[in-house]
Design a protein around this ligand. Structure first.
Ligand code: AHM
Ligand code: MG
Length: 332
């Protein structure tokens, strides 16, 4: 039998573009390749973290009040550098920067906005547990006079994303992304430095047997969430559930995407509006989940319909298989 063709992420994007947008300029593919380049740089740093002097915190807190890890800074720098020099990205916004950043050269005519969490789950770095990068890409209208505040370009609802993805730096480095035409996964082959297609068309199972939540907070969840979790544990669903929680959204979601089940970060006493951030965590994850046949909600509304009002806005997030998410909604 012939081995499967070595299809790289760049080839895949170009082919997809040719099929769906035959007159596309190639700008968008060029942008995505900026992200994959940055993620290869980040992956190399993460893989050698114990050998380089990059473990630990830099002794500062970010806009969220969380300790900034050295690798957060390196990952942020890699993305800003690779995207800022692409020529079509006008505005970038990151978990690590209080305000959106403008690529002055492209502010007038740049057609894209990229929002990202450079290193998600970074409190897991020092203990060698999976971390990830999450990104969301939005279109913007040109602004020839440069009058529009960059934040206006950033505060768009998730249904307007043109692409979203994540990279999980786990037992291997895997990139998963969507441009609204299904979900595809690629695995980094470190020997050739290329992301090779490994998961051609990902579908989330319609139900699963894993729930994923920080149960230490359970007593402070709204009552509906508590009853829902009790219901899963009771066996009344006809299935026996296991609980898995990494504490890195990307890793917990990646498992949920492939195996099905449900991930929840409900409102808690400490985080009454939820902990996860709408623009660079919930929205890209929700877009991928829906494209794979799953659902994502804040408990009341579809995540992708939420109108953001602030760059670092938080939201409750429930994402996963259709059956479990619908069941949860019936409890709320
Ligand atoms: P981070 O972006 O600062 O790393 O924080 C987000 C992380 C998510 O990856 C994860 O789902 C969540 O925080 C875990 O929070 P908790 O430790 O409260 O369970
Ligand atoms: Mg994060």
């Amino acid at each position: 039998m012939n081995p499967p063709p070595l299809l790289t992420v760049e080839q895949h994007i170009l082919e997809q573009q040719r099929r769906r947008h035959p007159h596309a300029t190639g700008e968008f593919s060029w942008l995505l390749s900026g992200i994959t380049l940055a993620c290869k740089v980040i992956s190399a740093q993460v893989r050698r973290a114990g050998l380089l002097d990059v473990l630990g915190s830099v002794g500062q807190v970010n806009v969220q009040g969380e300790a900034v890890q050295k690798l957060d800074v390196l990952a942020n720098r890699a993305l800003l550098h690779c995207l800022g020099s692409r020529g079509n990205v006008a505005v970038m916004a990151s978990e690590e920067n209080a305000e959106p950043l403008v690529a002055e050269r492209d502010r007038a005519l740049g057609r894209y906005v990229v929002i990202f969490d450079p290193l998600d789950g970074s409190s897991n770095i020092d203990v060698n547990v999976s971390v990830g990068t999450i990104f969301s890409i939005l279109r913007r209208e040109p602004d020839p006079e440069c009058r529009r505040p960059p934040l206006d370009d950033v505060l768009q609802p998730g249904y307007r994303q043109v692409a979203a993805g994540y990279v999980v730096y786990g037992s291997s480095t895997v990139l998963v992304y969507t441009t609204g035409d299904g979900v595809t996964g690629f695995t980094l082959d470190p020997s050739i430095g290329a992301f090779i297609i490994s998961h051609p068309s990902i579908r989330m199972p319609s139900c699963g047997s894993i729930y994923s939540v920080n149960e230490a907070n359970a007593e402070t969840f709204p009552e509906g969430y508590q009853r829902f979790l009790g219901h899963l544990r009771s066996g009344r669903t006809g299935r026996t559930y296991s609980s898995r929680y990494v504490g890195s959204l990307v890793a917990d979601f990646h498992r949920t995407l492939l195996k099905g089940g449900i991930f929840l970060y409900p409102p808690t006493r400490q985080h009454p509006s939820g902990k996860l951030r709408l623009l660079y965590e919930a929205n890209p994850i929700a877009f991928i989940a829906e494209q794979a046949g799953g659902l994502a909600t804040d408990g009341m509304n579809r995540i992708l319909d939420l109108q953001p009002t602030a760059l670092h806005q938080r939201t409750p997030l429930v994402v996963g298989s259709r059956e479990e998410v619908e069941l949860l909604r019936s409890f709320l």
